[in-house]
Structure formats: C-alpha cells, structure tokens
Design a protein around this ligand. Sequence first.
Ligand code: HEM
Length: 406
Amino acid sequence: MNREEKARGINYINLEEFHVSKEWGFVLPDPLSDLPKFYQPWMDIANNLTHLIEHHQLRCEVNNMQLLSTGFLIGHKQLRLAHMALSFITMGYVWQEGEYNIAKVLPKSLAVPFCEISKIIGLPPILVHADCVLTNWKKKDPKKNLDIIFTLPGGDSMKGFFLVTLEVELAAVQGIKAISIATEAILNRDDDSIKTALQDMAESMRKMNNSLKKMDEHVDPVTFYGIIRLFFSGWMDNPAFPEGLLYEGVWDKPRHFSGGSAAQSSTLQSFDEFLGICHNKESAEFLHRMRDYMPPSHKAFIQTITAGPSVREYIVFSRNPVLCELYNDCIAALVVLRNYHITVVTRYIIITSAKAKVEKAKQNSSSQILQNAPSALERRGTGGSGIMCLLKDVRDATKKVMIEKI
Ligand code: HEM
C-alpha cells in the first residue's frame, strides 16, 4: 500500500496479518502433534481417549491428574495443541457416561490450565471447530494423505467427520484468497481482476460442495447421531445443563458455552460478508455469536471484510453485465452448497432422530446405538440452534442478494 492509499484509509486485506494462510486458509499450517515432555500426562490421556471413555476410566484418570503449569508452553502452535488436547479431554470427561450421568464440575487439574490457555489464545474453554478440524491433522505418509491427531468414540465415522470437514475447509482456500484479491481490485476499479476473483470464488464453493458430498461415504448416520454428536454437545441452550458447567478453581459459578459445530467455521461467514448477504435478526445473532468461538484473528478477518468495499454495490453501480453474471454465479454456488448442507443435516439428524424415536419405543430394538441415542438435543444443533429454521433462513437470505440482470 502506498502513502496516498494509507492516507485515504484504504485497507487491502493482507491474509498473513489475520493468520490466514495462502496455502491452508483458516486451517492451521503444519500443526504440532506433540507437546514438551512436561505435558506428557495430558498427551497420554488425549491420545487414549476412546479406550478410556469406553472403559469408563477417563474421569478417574483426570481426577488423579496433577495440576500442571501452563508456563512451559511456547508459541502459538504449542498453545493450540494444548487447547485441543484439553478440549478433547473435557468433552470426554463430561459425556463419558452418556446424557444421564453428566459431569457438571470440571476438576481443577483440567479446568485451570484449560482456561488459562483459552484466555491466551482467545478461544472459549470448550471444544471448537478450530480444535477438532483446523488443528487436528497431520500428514500420514509422504504422499501427503492426511490423518487426525485426536479422536473420540465413533471409530472411522468420527475420523471421517473430521477429515471431510477439513477437506471442505481446504477447498475454500481459493475462495478466501479471491476475497483479498477482489477487495484490492474493487479499490483499483480493476474489473478484470474482480472477474477472475469471482470465478475463483464460485469454483471454490463448487469444490467445497464436492468435498461435503464425501460425508456420505465416510460417516455413518447412526454412529453420528447415536454416538458422535453427544461429544460435541456443549453447555449452553442445552436442557441437560440448566446451570452450565463449573470450572473448578477458575470461576465461582458455572458457565455456559456452546458445543463444537462447523457453524464456527470462518469460511462461509467470510463469503457472506464479502458478497453482502444480510441474514435475518435471529440467524445473524447466532452466526455472530459463533464468531466468539473462532480464533480472534479469523473473527477480525471477517470484520475487516465487512468494513471493506461492497462488491455488490460496485457491480450494481458499474452496470457491468459480465460482473453481474459472475456475482450471481457465486450466489448460485453458495445456495447449492447450503442446500446440500441441508440435505446432509436432514439425513444425519432429522431422519435419524425419527428412526431413533421408533427404536426407543420398541422392546426389542434392532439398533442398540439408536435405542440408546441421547434425546436431549433431538432436533437441535450441537451449537445449540433450532436447526432447520436457521439453515433455511440462511439459505433464503443468500438467494435474496441475486442482482437482477442488467
Ligand atoms: C454430518 C455433517 C454435518 C452436520 C450433521 C451438520 C449440522 C449442522 C447443524 C445442526 C447446524 C446448525 C448450527 C448448530 O450447530 O447448532 C450447522 C450449521 C452450519 N454448518 Fe454444518 N453440519 C455438517 C457438516 C458441515 C460441514 C462439513 C461444514 C463446512 C465447513 C458445515 C458448515 C456449517 C455452517 C457454515 C453452518 C452455519 C449455517 C450456514 O452458514 O449455512 N457443516 N451444521
């Protein structure tokens, strides 16, 4: 940026400034998968969660865990790994015995370091999308196939859920880069670059949709509904937690936090802000609340897009039919993506919850998992939303910004 542009208050969006990678987008590049030896007690538990939960031993292990200082954690990547390890342990601790024997107090040895680390990196003390997807990956082999670092009960479906969601995030990288390019191009009235950026953005959304389609192949709906979902559930808007969770040694009163959800992803919120999509009051409130569950620099990235020039206004005023068509193409791709996401939610939650009700009513159920499926969150999202209304409103608001043919 030259001096004159600075003086005029023109701000280009520099991805690095917001810890957004040109190669990995919002995904943490090359996350660590091990902490210094001092933190071995955390890593031993976090690396063995499924076994400990399934054998009802996790709470006991955590209760016997010593209180470790967070002072030996160095740098952002160690802090992110430590947050992720403690967030996985927390979800396992709370939900080890299912929805009827919930732990409502997080012991000091877990709560104190978890809250200290959360404060430093600006994330809440609960498992968030930035943990289980953005930080939870490593290269499996030289061919660069990806694997996860931590998991919870749910076997291959749990792993599939993390990796498919990661793939969706990676497919968004091209679109995120396009936002930065287009913002600069609007300020420079460079229609050719805006054109390329809009094409890239639409292509990126189509790739995200293709990646989302892999959920079908890798995640079994019964396992998702009956096992996985519970471990993402939080302690806000959850009837099982009227009081919230007590973080022993940190706060005197219990606290409410929303559970992990891809609604905490910064990708679609960035696209929405860039394209000028206005959500209704209720949806906007929910989506804005989810920003407090994102890394602060990613939240700031979204806010900077909002404060930047409006691509929609630029196109409406410039009356350029090619740009208008390309803008509408982006909106159409986003509607297709949100429509497909609604079919995913229908399959994994709405239909499966109806099946679970039938199984629960039977004396001899053919599906043990569905018969025992938690019922508190039947048709609510793990982020605590009333699902279908929210998703349809958000999709409809997306459609509304289409520009009439010039
Ligand atoms: C089995 C797969 C999935 C299920 C069952 C699912 C379920 C849900 C639910 C229930 C909500 C409502 C908010 C809440 O959590 O309370 C939601 C919102 C959302 N989900 Fe998903 N989701 C899935 C996969 C994904 C993936 C892979 C992404 C992409 C990163 C994603 C992105 C979003 C976004 C951005 C929202 C906010 C609404 C919007 O902007 O359209 N979801 N999802």
